[in-house]
Design a protein around this ligand. Structure first.
Ligand code: C2E
Ligand code: CA
Ligand code: CA
Ligand code: CA
Length: 281
């Protein structure tokens, strides 16, 4: 076996070797981070397009490494998905968001929903829906205030177990949102298998909306909104950074807005301040 191992090893270029090592280091670090609970959730406000009133938030994970500081999800979620570590991480996210929601409700803050991102990989656990329902009960979170975001690409590659799990949660009152819509190349017939409530237009469509002529990006964004409307979904515009984009989305019937224009994702206590100020942004 030694011989073969060495043989295979020879095929790795120096570069690949370094990448594999980095990967393994990250995986080990991530395992330790789960045990040490080195994660925190940031919350980005979602506002009503018409009024600018905060209606809810999307919970976004951050890894607080004792040495490296805050590490964004793009750096570790892909590894967590490949290694299956997304299952315990995703459970921590869900529980933490539920507990936070209950806290805000008890504080009398007017927040109608908190959205949590679920990775399609978490559905490899067949009893995921039961697990999530148990967590909601333990944390006394109201299912009607919870929203689950799943990317369009995961929906497109859906197994029937995912459809079933989501149907169970939907019956409980949990809202389902298709995230990054327009980037997943999913056939529209797939979408109809899911009890969807909300569609989030991907930032890539909104990014290129600029002052002036009705260009391709605007036409694409309009087409995407039209698909959502035809399915009776609420529409969320993501990654809104300026007035032009906001006005465009308002004019085209977008229901909710999320983006740096209003606020970046912030720690829970800062989000509380935004709510207490009743900040109409
Ligand atoms: P996403 O779900 O599409 O989340 C939106 C991302 O866009 C967030 O990045 C947010 O900070 C960023 N964003 C919001 N508004 C703007 C804007 O106006 N301009 C720009 N340039 N960016 C904006 P973040 O927090 O780094 O998260 C990246 C991705 O990591 C998320 O994309 C999501 O796919 C994943 N992720 C985050 N938290 C979780 C989690 O708890 N579980 C899972 N499975 N994935 C997560
Ligand atoms: Ca999301
Ligand atoms: Ca998104
Ligand atoms: Ca994204």
């Amino acid at each position: 076996a030694k011989e073969t191992e060495r043989g295979i090893f020879m095929f790795f270029t120096e570069d690949m070797n370094v990448r594999v090592k980095e990967r393994l280091m990250l995986e080990n670090k991530l395992r330790r981070a789960i045990e040490a609970e080195e994660f925190t959730l940031y919350y980005q406000p979602k506002v009503i397009a018409e009024t600018g009133e905060i209606t809810g938030a999307e919970a976004l994970i951050r890894w607080v490494d004792p040495e490296l500081g805050i590490i964004g999800p793009d750096k570790f979620i892909p590894v967590a998905e490949e290694t299956g570590l997304i299952v315990p991480i995703g459970e921590w996210v869900f529980r933490t968001a539920c507990a936070q929601m209950k806290k805000w409700k008890d504080m009398g803050l007017s927040i109608t929903n908190v959205a949590v991102n679920l990775s399609g990989r978490q559905f490899s656990k067949p009893d995921l829906a039961a697990d999530l329902m148990a967590i909601m009960e333990e944390e006394q979170a109201d299912p009607k205030m919870l929203e689950i975001e799943i990317t369009e690409s995961f929906i497109a590659s859906s197994q029937s177990s995912m459809v079933e799990s989501l149907a169970v949660l939907s019956k409980k009152g949990v809202k389902l949102s298709v995230d990054d819509f327009g980037t997943g190349y999913s056939s529209l017939s797939y979408l109809h298998r899911f009890p969807l409530d909300i569609m989030k237009i991907d930032r890539s469509f909104i990014m290129n909306i600029k002052e002036g002529e009705d260009d391709t990006s605007e036409k694409l964004a309009k087409a995407v909104i039209a698909i959502g409307k035809s399915m009776n979904l609420k529409i969320v515009g993501e990654g809104v950074e300026n007035d032009t984009q906001l006005e465009f989305l308002r004019e085209n019937g977008c229901d909710y807005i999320q983006g740096y224009y209003f606020s970046k994702p912030v720690p829970a206590d800062e989000f509380e301040k935004l709510l207490q100020e009743g900040a109409t942004l």
